[in-house]
Design a protein around this ligand. Structure first.
Ligand code: HEC
Ligand code: HEC
Ligand code: HEC
Ligand code: HEC
Ligand code: HEC
Ligand code: HEC
Length: 319
């Protein structure tokens, strides 16, 4: 597998730059038996791991993650004629700086060849690039040289060639048919659509790390556990009811209230038949109490629980 020269999903960390989006911290780390640092010059950046006596390095060929919470490196080096691809042992966290990549174990002394990270099989790399880049697979064949960093229009809307062609020739109706508009999906399919990357219940079953607060990042799985969701879902509660994938994430809790109040009668109003129950506690900022934020172990960040519910003070994380 040939990885192209450095491609960055998010902002580049230039050598000597101590802050990324103002918050990226240290770029060196002692982790178990190894000392890690990023070294950069005009040719690009490398991750270097050193045990004091021995050193191993690999090119950082891709940086995964826009950096809201953190970034992990895809590394490449050669042993003889064999190209090795790794997920880096260390990641850079927005609120913390460098630390071990979530899910990785500490590498024991004397195991230099594993110190850089976890070797990625072609299928693992294909999955990683499939969620974090666009165009990495054509006709189901993984070809990293075509990948473009980040999630672009065609990652969600499918290939646009026929669509553009139809627009150019003035066939507007044909053009609309030639591209996927996810707005037409039913609620379950709509959530599964985002779940292709954001992960659904199946991913919880299939992944060994996904019980406990780790799965708070699997929003489709969490959301569908909510009693609000019902058994077949509701278009007032799909991902796109609350999030516009074309715009930045809204952080003011109050702006989500109208979503809740599209089903729940507001406080003080008489309770219309068929409407969902009324909150006895508060009339605004619903998500702050009913969609609590959790620290995900090792992620150095809080994530929003999309399992909408009454949260009891003494409860442990409900799987
Ligand atoms: C092709 C994979 C993919 C699909 C499909 C996808 N996402 Fe994402 N989404 C990502 C990745 C990756 C990130 C993390 C940002 C990054 O590193 O680029 C993200 C981040 C987000 C964020 C957080 C943005 C922030 O600023 O923190 C929201 C909200 C989001 N996606 C909503 C959606 C919704 C809604 C859908 C369905 C309409 C969707 N996504 C479909 C891959 C995807
Ligand atoms: C099934 C899809 C999927 C796969 C596979 C996947 N990711 Fe992600 N990743 C996401 C989504 C969606 C997000 C954003 C939402 C979240 O953090 O829950 C994310 C977030 C991240 C972030 C934090 C991004 C930020 O902006 O804060 C990093 C770093 C990251 N992934 C690295 C990787 C690496 C490296 C691989 C492969 C070795 C990988 N991911 C595999 C879907 C995926
Ligand atoms: C993360 C997935 C995702 C990405 C990336 C994405 N879209 Fe969308 N797009 C959607 C979804 C879901 C809808 C339907 C829901 C809606 O209208 O909000 C949509 C709707 C649209 C519509 C409106 C169709 C209508 O009926 O009004 C247009 C136009 C559009 N997208 C263009 C783009 C363009 C151009 C890009 C790239 C700059 C892009 N989208 C990137 C998911 C995405
Ligand atoms: C009822 C409204 C609502 C629905 C439905 C919803 N979200 Fe969210 N989402 C939120 C809120 C509120 C936040 C937190 C915003 C903040 O405070 O930063 C959030 C945050 C996120 C984030 C940023 C990371 C985090 O955990 O804070 C991602 C990614 C995300 N949502 C994806 C999704 C996906 C995918 C779906 C569909 C399964 C979805 N959301 C459905 C309200 C919603
Ligand atoms: C599609 C309609 C709909 C939307 C949107 C919706 N809910 Fe609900 N919600 C319901 C229904 C219906 C019930 C009652 C389900 C039952 O009794 O089985 C419910 C139940 C609840 C409960 C009680 C759950 C429990 O575990 O006891 C809470 C809390 C709640 N909703 C809060 C919210 C909040 C907060 C929002 C917005 C973030 C929201 N809901 C959005 C329909 C909705
Ligand atoms: C300050 C925290 C807080 C806020 C903000 C809040 N709630 Fe609640 N809500 C609670 C608590 C606590 C309960 C459980 C009350 C009990 O069981 O005595 C509850 C209960 C509920 C219930 C279950 C009622 C029932 O009869 O089963 C619903 C539905 C609900 N809230 C919806 C909402 C909605 C919608 C909003 C925003 C308009 C909201 N909540 C804002 C704390 C809050």
């Amino acid at each position: 597998m040939a990885l192209a020269s450095i491609k960055v999903e998010g902002p580049v960390l230039a050598e000597g730059q101590s802050s990324l989006s103002g918050t990226m911290k240290a770029r060196t780390l002692q982790l178990g038996a190894y000392f890690y640092r990023i070294s950069s010059d005009y040719r690009g950046s490398k991750l270097v791991a050193s045990s004091g006596r021995q050193t191993i390095a690999a090119d950082i060929s891709w940086i995964m993650g826009a950096g809201v919470h953190g970034q992990t490196y895809i590394l490449e080096n050669m042993t003889g004629k064999k190209r090795n691809v790794y997920e880096s042992e260390v990641s850079n966290f927005a609120l913390h700086g460098m630390d071990v990549t979530p899910g990785h174990a500490l590498v024991e002394a004397g195991n230099l060849k594993n110190a850089l990270g976890e070797r990625l099989s072609t299928s693992a790399a294909a999955r990683c690039f499939g969620c974090h880049t666009t165009y990495s697979s054509t006709n189901s064949k993984f070809d990293v040289s075509r990948a473009v960093p980040g999630v672009h229009c065609e990652a969600c809307h499918g290939p646009g060639v026929d669509h553009i062609e139809a627009i150019k020739t003035g066939q507007i109706e044909e053009a609309a048919k030639a591209i996927l508009n996810p707005a037409v999906l039913n609620p379950v399919d709509s959530v599964d659509f985002c779940g292709a990357c954001h992960r659904t219940a199946i991913d919880v079953v299939e992944s060994e790390v996904s019980y406990g607060p780790m799965n708070v990042r699997f929003q489709p799985y969490r959301l569908e556990k909510s009693r609000c969701w019902g058994s077949r879902g509701d278009e007032r509660l799909t991902c796109i009811a609350c999030h516009n994938p074309h715009e930045v994430l809204i952080r003011e809790a109050s702006s989500y209230d109208r979503r809740c109040l599209s089903c729940h009668a507001p406080q003080g109003k008489s309770h219309p038949t068929g409407a969902a129950p009324i909150c006895p506690k508060a009339g605004t900022n619903c998500t702050t109490c009913h969609m609590p934020k959790y620290d995900v172990p090792g992620m150095h960040a809080k994530f929003t629980d999309h399992f909408i519910r009454v949260v009891r003070a003494d409860e442990s994380y409900p799987n």
